[in-house]
Design a protein around this ligand. Structure first.
Ligand code: CUA
Length: 149
């Protein structure tokens, strides 16, 4: 039974490998922007993360977040009620989560990739942001806050 288990594991890994390399089934190949995790702080968008007026007519603001052990930057952000915001999240160190409580926003902040999600905040209120991927000893302290005003 051990041999059967080992053999099936090997088969699955080979299938995943072929799918990723030959099928192009990787996040980067599906249009997600990549970033060198060592240079997140050198990137103008993530050097001073936060809310920026959008240059795109389709939405009002870009909101940049850096998720690192064990904090989010910014630690708190205000969004005008009724605005459509495109959120961009990345990590310079390990995999973190980015869940905005009370909304559909639940992303992974992965080193090397910029996760994005567009959302309209209609109702004034507070939304806690929590890390929902275990990232180390400070995981449970890793929070931020979106205030819709
Ligand atoms: Cu960051 Cu858990």
């Amino acid at each position: 039974w051990l041999s059967a288990g080992t053999a099936s594991l090997a088969i699955f890994l080979i299938i995943i490998g072929i799918s990723a390399v030959h099928g192009g089934h990787t996040p980067a190949a599906s249009g997600i922007e990549t970033i060198n995790p060592e240079h997140v702080r050198d990137d103008a968008r993530f050097k001073e993360p936060g809310l920026k007026e959008s240059a795109d007519d389709d939405y009002d603001y870009d909101l940049y977040f850096v998720a690192s052990a064990f904090m989010y930057e910014p630690g708190e952000v205000e969004i005008p009620s009724g605005s459509t915001v495109k959120i961009h999240v990345t990590s310079p160190d390990v995999v973190h989560g980015f869940q905005v409580v009370g909304t559909n926003i639940n992303m992974i902040a992965e080193p090397g990739l910029i996760s994005t999600y567009e959302m309209t905040f209609d109702e004034p209120g507070e939304h806690l942001i929590v890390c929902n991927e275990y990232c180390g000893v400070g995981h449970t302290d890793m929070t931020s806050m979106i205030n819709v005003v």
